[in-house]
Each structure stands twice: as structure tokens, then as C-alpha cells.
Design a protein around this ligand. Structure first.
Ligand code: HQG
Length: 181
């Protein structure tokens, strides 16, 4: 059993979302890498790590960061490397949410949501998830409501990765501040 689960998960994010090339790892256009190669790289950094630890870490992650399929592994979202999202544009719920720092609101109002260092804007399916994401940025995050269905009707593509929706950007007309009833 591994003790440093968070460290392993963070390192896997670095490997599969941001810097595969730094570790001699090749990923395909969807971001999939050979699981055994990833495991070899992980073992060098975390001696004693076993494959079952990695499987368990992936299965137990509440936000389904990684996917293992047919001997390959990928990060489902969060990339700064160029990847194609899996599958086609998905039908979206009427609204999606985005948790951010209140400091960003002025700029978001002007420019809309932009992917920043990542390749996609990340949207949540619930206020609860958006709060968790926003709390990474501010103790009292701002929750934004995204008029996703209208945006999709007007041609914006969305891709679903478990509980996260990805899109290229969200223009200001589809964004408002979420208010608790
Ligand atoms: C903000 C985590 C100013 C945006 C989470 C966000 C998520 C703007 C920040 C996933 C802006 C980028 C992604 C604009 C966007 N002006 N600020 N025009 N447009 N922003 O970390 O969405 O836990 O790259 O609001 O769970 O916070 O690692 O994106 O605050 O699903 O698995 O720019 O990462 O996943 O921050 O988080 P990030 P995010 P893991």
C-alpha cells in the first residue's frame, strides 16, 4: 500500500497532462500512453510502488482523473499538451458551473472564460464540484453559471469526461454569477 498517493497522482498528472516528453513518454493524439511505460517511469520515482497501487489510486479517485483502457492510460482532462478530446461533442445539461477566484470576474466578464495554460476550459456539472474547483483558487470562490445548452445550440462544442465538461472557450453572453436561492 502506498502512503504518498497524492504525490503519485500529482506526478501522473505532470506526466500525462503536461510533460510526457521530459520523461521520454509518447502519447497518442487522445493523450493515451502505454501503461507499462508509465509504470516504469513511476517506479523509478516511487520505488516499491506496485501496479495494484496505481489501479487502486485511479479507481478510488473521486474525480476520475485518469482512465485505463486496453493496456493504455490517459488523463481525462486538465491537459496543457495538445490532445483531441475523446468522442464527439456531447449534449450538455441546461446549465454548467465554473468555480473561480472572485478576482478573475472583471476579466471573465470582458473576455469570457479562456483555457489559460490548459487546452480547454473546464466546467462542472454541479455547484458542489464547482466549489471544490474554485476553492483551489480562493477560500471563498465565485461560482459562475454557464448557459451551456444555449451555447451549444449556437455552435459551441462540448466534450464530456465523466463529471467534467470541456470546451474551447465560453464567451461572456453565456456567463452569469450563480446565486443561491
Ligand atoms: C480562470 C482540476 C481571468 C479560471 C480541477 C481558472 C478542474 C480566467 C483559471 C481542472 C479567465 C485557470 C481545471 C479570464 C478563465 N480572466 N481568469 N478571462 N478565464 N480564468 O487550474 O478550471 O484536481 O487552469 O476561472 O478539478 O480551475 O487537477 O483551471 O480559475 O477540473 O484533477 O483561470 O483542474 O483538476 O485555472 O481547473 P486552471 P480550473 P484536478
Amino acid at each position: 500500500m502506498i502512503k504518498n498517493r497524492t504525490k503519485v497522482s500529482k506526478f501522473m498528472s505532470l506526466l500525462l497532462r503536461h510533460r510526457p516528453q521530459n520523461f521520454g513518454l509518447t502519447v497518442d493524439k487522445y493523450g493515451f500512453a502505454d501503461f507499462n511505460k508509465v509504470f516504469d517511469i513511476l517506479m523509478k520515482k516511487f520505488p516499491g510502488l506496485e501496479k495494484k497501487d496505481v489501479y487502486k489510486l485511479i479507481e478510488n479517485a473521486p474525480n476520475q482523473r485518469f482512465q485505463i483502457k486496453e493496456g493504455k492510460i490517459r488523463a481525462r482532462y486538465g491537459h496543457s499538451i495538445e490532445i483531441k478530446p475523446g468522442g464527439r461533442s456531447h449534449t450538455v445539461p441546461e446549465v454548467l458551473y465554473h468555480g473561480t477566484s472572485p478576482k478573475n470576474w472583471g476579466s471573465i466578464q470582458n473576455k469570457g472564460l479562456k483555457p489559460g495554460k490548459r487546452k480547454f476550459v473546464h466546467l462542472s456539472i454541479s455547484v458542489k464540484d464547482a466549489l471544490r474547483v474554485g476553492k483551489r483558487k480562493d477560500r471563498h470562490p465565485l461560482i459562475l453559471k454557464i448557459d451551456a445548452q444555449t451555447a451549444q445550440k449556437n455552435g459551441l462544442p462540448f466534450w464530456k469526461e465523466e463529471k467534467v465538461y470541456l470546451t474551447k472557450e465560453v464567451p461572456p453572453p453565456y456567463i452569469s454569477v450563480y446565486k443561491d436561492k
